[in-house]
Design a protein around this ligand. Structure first.
Ligand SMILES: [Zn+2]
Ligand SMILES: [Zn+2]
Length: 123
């Protein structure tokens, strides 16, 4: 008996469609796509949150320094940052945290700095 060609084609196509792993492969690809999209979205929002945080910190510092400026307290070295450190043993409050770490002697009285204590200027 000769095989029916149309039967053979149908059999072949049904075989390829029901190949084990065919749909699973597509499903895996879709899952992979969804996962990478989710990861992309997560990273994007995390990055945005980071930028927002930096912006807020900057704003906070600006507002804080503006407030301290009205109280008349500014770092004697950089003239920009508010007063944040008391020097020991001379006791002068004339530096920000950044500059206090850079200098070895008090810019007011030239005494050697032994210790630096953080202060909060109440306004
Ligand atoms: Zn400074
Ligand atoms: Zn001093």
């Amino acid at each position: 008996m000769s095989p029916d060609p149309s039967m053979a084609v149908r059999e072949a196509s049904s075989k390829s469609a029901h190949q084990p792993g065919f749909f699973r492969r597509i499903l895996e690809l879709i899952l992979l796509l969804l996962t990478s999209l989710a990861a992309l979205f997560y990273f994007k929002s995390a990055e945005e949150a980071q930028v927002e945080k930096r912006r807020l910190e900057e704003e906070l510092r600006r507002v804080k320094s503006a407030r301290d400026d009205s109280a008349g307290g500014r770092c004697a070295v950089c003239m920009g940052n508010p007063l944040e450190v008391a020097l020991a043993p001379c006791g002068h409050v004339c530096l920000c945290r950044e500059c206090a770490d850079k200098v070895d002697t008090c810019p007011i009285c030239r005494e050697d700095i032994q210790d630096r204590t953080g202060v909060f200027v109440a306004t």
